[in-house]
Ligand binder design. Sequence first.
Ligand code: ADP
Length: 511
Amino acid sequence: MSQVERLTRLSEILAELFRSPIPSHFFQTLGDQAWAAVPCDYLAVCLQDPERGGYLVHSQVDLEEGAMSRRVFSPDEGLPGRAISTGKAYLVEDLAAEDGAPDLEGVLAAAGLRAALVVPIRSGLDVLGALLFAGRPPIVYGADDLEIAQLMASGLSSALETSRAYDKLGGERMTMLAVLGSTADAVITMNPAGLVLLANAAVRPMLGLAPDAIEGRPLAEAVDWAPLRELFLAGRPGIYELPLPDGRTAQASLVRVATPFGEPVGLAAVLRDITLLKNLEQMKNDFVNTVSHDLKGPITVIAGMADLMRMAGPGDENHASRCEDIRDTAQHMADLVSDLLDIGRIEAGLDAAREPMDLIPVIGEALRMVRPRAETKTIELHAELPGEATISAVPSRVRQVLINLIDNGVKYTPAGGRVAVAAALATDVDGAETVRIRVTDTGMGIPARDLPHVFDKFYRVKNKATSEIAGTGLGLAITKSIVEAYGGRISVESVEGAGTTFAVELPLARP
Ligand code: ADP
């Protein structure tokens, strides 16, 4: 075969080599076709594996049941090792006469192979490995073979480079997809032609879209949620608030995406669910509105009263009662402010340190404090208590809880009624020991529609029966905050016109 013919074969082999970036494809192509350019009975691609500290021999010809291909050869072993460490090519006339590695040259010689040619596979200053050709007589290698083999090795080197770059890109893409796939923010990108390039997993829970079903399709057609479609079509980068199909709210940032070389990739939208933030903002506004409203009321009353008194003069027969009204109203404001401060402290977790305390005497104290009020209203107070129940809490806060509940019972029960406090030890569903306290009254009850709201701050039932009864609407909110701060629960049951029961469950302190 002429050198020109061999070069033609070689160019065909190289063209085939670049058809796929996978190394096993290179091994196969060379194994099947290399002989057409460099005559041989055996060909091996030997590649360095820095992690395993040596080189591996890849060959389509299996001389000893794969033993050679499973072995890692150290860089000083065999002909390929020599080519790799010196970066030079070697021609061998008779493998049997070589004193090479028994696992390599030894095996080849035993298979009848005599002539050998080994060329390094270089990449810049590095040597990636070596190409090893071997043949049985009459094959012998000369300068022409060496030339072609070296060209083949440099073609293989470029193919290997491509394969590595491809791997690296693939790895980076996998990492990027993993990050995008695990974030809770929905990410959608659209290319300049209007096609969806990428949609991550979060678009499903947020927008109800299946990522696979929209990727590659025109965005205007694949995304049926109008606000998002319009955002993309308007194409103005910025931060927007976007309603979501299920009523939640997202913050959408629309950005232009470009490659590091400045070529436009398209538009990307990142959607973050900010429903919770929006709700908090709403709650804060409601809270500020209610507080200012509730504080303004009494201030107007006080101012009005003072005006009246100034006009009527000190001799007025209502003077004393008006002074009392001012005093009561001011007291109401003071209660409101101290309730608010309490809530703030408890919710912020700034309350005094807890200590193990017996709950039962505290129930007794609370009953003693409410008793005078109960007696003036001729309401019977009744208690049924166990000997002891040790919880971990701040005694004054527990007293506050009990006074709030018992006092409400007295406040919202007409004269002649009854308020009962019962406590008992119990085991909750998780097997933890608790104490259950029930405060039951025979009062006006709470209408069913108001029941879910009685623990809300400032919530008061508004009807004829309650209109004369003073209160801030904060007592139950404080009570609930305290109970929950101690790991407990509070619930209410009520029948309008018949009575109400508040039940509190608190974990017992571990001995
Ligand atoms: P308030 O200062 O108005 O008593 P609370 O937070 O203690 O505030 O209670 C909230 C509302 O729940 C009360 O305004 C009242 O309408 C209702 N309520 C609380 N306890 C009872 C009860 N034992 N019986 C009937 N209604 C009650």
